[in-house]
Design a protein around this ligand. Structure first.
Ligand SMILES: *[C@@H]1O[C@H](CO)[C@@H](O)[C@H](O)[C@H]1NC(C)=O
Length: 349
């Protein structure tokens, strides 16, 4: 065999093992182990495969689309399948003491006539949807947040969102005129450090920003981009659907996984976030345009508190009501902006 083919074979093997896992190889692996699957990371939780390779049956083996996958071919069926069944069991299972109660995620279950009966509340973390997002082909990944586990979907909508879509009079605010400019493929306003003023407290690590009254930005993608480049971040109000709570990273696009389960698993509400940039994601092999946004659910959520959402399609109404304001940082900037503002005020007189 010429040396080139050896190299070629090695490359193929490395690809199978490193990025795509051992999918599609027939046989029993995890299911032949005494303790079939292992919790968390367990480097000894392996089975030999393909001669001198090892595949894994621990929960660490599948680290998402970018993190690599060295799970045994039957990992999903043997280990995940079992997890889910455990999770969904209980309803209809026998119990010994009538009147006993138990919690299952956000549901309350009661022992009635020897059988567990759960109340059917839709939960903020829906394990079956989480699982589908883990295994299916999506442009974003999902996570089980312990702060959301055990909470109902309706509480999530009620306590985590808090915007009403603007009334007609506000919606009809005049839009500012934006002079088009050349737009790069990626933009992040955090890269343009605009120094604010020192806080009155003198605190070193915080700065005060002054701003003008807010104004409406048009719903055109290019206008929002130009506004971001020219005047900095804007506020957008969009529809949050049930699956958004489970967002962990990537470019969010609302899935219909909950709708497939029925109307009671679906919920939505309006929410306002800061849009600070944009880009194009190439990780799925097909370019996906996104907005880079900051949420207000803490840094534990999403990508360090930030998320990406599909751009240019008014996805979840993200482009339909965008509000901007001129920041007033340095003196030069202030004078410049005030002139503009005066002109802007005149427009409304
Ligand atoms: C989600 O996390 C909670 C607590 O952190 C845990 O009790 C629960 O079993 C997890 N659920 C799933 C489906 O992973």
């Amino acid at each position: 065999m010429p040396p080139n083919s050896v190299l070629f074979l090695l490359v193929i093997c490395a690809t199978i093992v490193d990025s795509r896992g051992f999918f599609g190889i027939p046989g029993d692996y995890c299911s032949t182990r005494t303790h079939t699957c292992c919790e968390n990371r367990d480097d000894d939780c392996t089975v030999p495969i393909l001669g001198d390779h090892l595949c894994y049956c621990d929960m660490f083996c599948d680290r998402g689309p970018d993190g690599g996958n060295d799970c045994c071919p039957d990992f999903e069926a043997t280990c995940r399948g079992k997890d889910i069944q455990n999770d969904q069991r209980m309803d209809g299972e026998s119990c010994s003491m009538d009147g006993d109660t138990k919690e299952k995620n956000c549901e309350k279950c009661t022992c009635q006539n020897g059988l567990w009966k759960c109340d059917g509340t839709a939960c903020l973390i829906q394990p079956d949807i989480l699982e589908k997002l883990h295994t299916g082909r999506f442009s974003w990944t999902a996570r089980n947040y312990s702060a959301f586990w055990g909470r109902s979907l309706s509480d999530g909508i009620k306590y985590r969102l808090g915007t009403l879509f603007p009334e007609r009079s506000v919606q009809n605010m005049n839009e500012i005129l934006i002079k088009p400019r050349e737009l790069p493929e990626h933009f992040d306003s955090r890269d343009n450090d605009r120094r604010g003023l020192r806080c009155p407290s003198g605190s070193q690590d915080s700065t005060a920003f002054k701003m003008t009254p807010p104004y409406k930005v048009s719903s055109r993608e290019e206008d929002i981009q130009t506004e971001l480049m020219t005047n900095g971040p804007v506020q957008a109000t969009f529809v949050v659907h049930e699956d958004f709570f489970m967002y962990a990273g990537g470019v969010y696009q609302h899935s219909d996984l909950a709708a497939q389960k029925g109307a009671s698993s679906v919920a939505e509400g309006y929410h306002s976030v800061r849009v600070l940039g944009w880009g194009v994601d190439h990780s799925t092999g097909r370019p996906i345009k996104y907005w880079l946004c900051a949420n207000s659910w803490g840094t534990q959520w999403g990508e360090d508190g930030y998320f990406k959402i599909l751009r240019g399609d008014n996805h979840c109404e993200i482009e339909s009501f965008v509000v901007g304001a001129w920041g007033k940082g340095s003196k030069r900037r202030r004078r410049f902006k005030m002139r503009k503002l005066r002109r802007f005020r005149k427009m409304f007189k």
